[in-house]
Design a protein around this ligand. Structure first.
Ligand code: ADP
Ligand code: MG
Length: 346
């Protein structure tokens, strides 16, 4: 039998291949299976449950030489809650599974769980189970989150409509800039352990990487304003990749405006230092865990004064394509260059 390298499919190609085998559901209550931020299960009485699961693997998703375990615990919960937020739902319970080698001490596990506990308190979720096993090398954390919503409030990736305003919460590129700083400090420390880390004015971007927040605050704001996004996704792989997911699922095209992309001053400064193009970082940086959503013009009127919600583009017909409009008015095709863990690695 011939062997096909995983890199030829990529992460999304592989997920689509798996998905193809499970398009038919055995249960009428399965409203959404593979292919959104969470699966959606019908509970009756116009209520639904949402479920999502995520792995964080040492050496792939985090580097313990500069990631405090407490922050890691917090982040593992936040990234899962972010997928619940991306459905416009509210998280209720999580399970936590860990695989670890004897390199880790009891105190290290305590630290990890202190972060998990802080996040559980913050997002008001209960830790209701999990699994513990050993690994040959390194730490793996997998969290499953359960949430709840009214059926009518769920925002799928597939609901974007022509004429919708594309909105984003917070700002972009910070986590990517933080990663560059921490990687540089690590290399310098390895070369010269006497070196003190140069993290002046880097607090914001370092925190964006190490301790991201799920934007549940925005979900509560939207509820208060009576706005249900037509489509929504959270930004884990980068804006470009995520907007293309929404457009693919919704069968629409998009125009994003380069000069509307929100990037913080601290992020701009660091990107300048590393000679990284701001737009590239905003589009492809990833790990910002902000929300990307589309709303009707009418609903946009209700939220346009929220300081943390920024309009960055418009949904149009699929035939018009997927483009970024530069400051000077040129059109550039949007391409997904999100993380691809599966290529180049053997
Ligand atoms: P997100 O970035 O929002 O966590 P992913 O890109 O990881 O989403 O996953 C996209 C979809 O594919 C989700 O519905 C997820 O549950 C599903 N999925 C990912 N990996 C697998 C797998 N190995 N088997 C089945 N479904 C999967
Ligand atoms: Mg997601």
């Amino acid at each position: 039998m011939s062997r096909t390298e995983l890199g030829t499919l990529g992460e999304f190609g592989l997920i689509n291949r798996i998905k193809a085998g499970f398009e038919t559901h055995h249960q009428a209550s399965t409203l959404k299976g593979i292919g959104d931020d969470c699966a959606v299960i019908d509970l009756g009485n116009d209520e639904v449950m949402v479920i999502s699961t995520d792995f964080l693997v040492e050496g792939v998703h985090f580097d313990l030489s500069y990631t405090p375990l407490k922050h890691l615990g917090y982040k593992c919960v936040a990234v899962n809650v972010s997928d619940v937020a991306a459905m416009n739902a509210v998280p209720t319970q999580i399970t936590v599974s860990i695989a670890l080698s004897n390199r880790f001490s009891v105190e290290a596990v305590d630290e990890l769980y202190a972060g998990i506990s802080a996040a559980a308190d913050n997002f008001k979720v209960d830790v209701v189970g999990g699994d513990t096993t050993s690994s040959l090398k390194g730490l793996i954390v997998s969290i499953t989150v359960i949430g709840r919503a009214k059926k009518a409030d769920i925002a799928y990736r597939s609901g974007a409509k022509v004429g919708d305003v594309v909105c984003i919460t917070g700002d972009l590129g910070g986590a990517y800039a933080g990663l560059q700083v921490l990687e540089r400090e690590k290399q310098e420390f390895l070369a010269n352990p006497e070196m003190q880390p140069q993290l002046d004015q880097k607090d914001y971007i370092v925190q964006r990487l190490l301790k991201p927040e799920a934007r549940m605050d925005v979900i509560y704001d939207l509820k208060e304003k009576g706005v249900v996004p037509n489509a929504m996704i959270d930004i884990s792989d980068g804006l470009a990749s995520e907007i293309l997911h929404i457009c693919d699922a919704s069968n629409v095209g998009v125009l994003l405006y380069e000069d509307k992309l929100p990037v913080e001053q601290d992020t701009l400064n660091a990107l300048y230092e590393f000679k990284i193009d701001t737009t590239t970082a905003a589009l492809n940086g990833g790990e910002d865990y902000e929300l990307l959503f589309t709303v009707s013009l009418e609903d946009f009127e209700k939220i346009k004064n929220q300081p943390d919600i920024i309009a960055i583009g418009l949904i149009h017909e699929k035939e018009k394509g997927h483009h970024l409009v530069s400051g000077k008015g040129y059109l550039y095709p949007i391409k997904a260059q999100g993380w691809n863990h599966l290529s180049g690695e053997k």
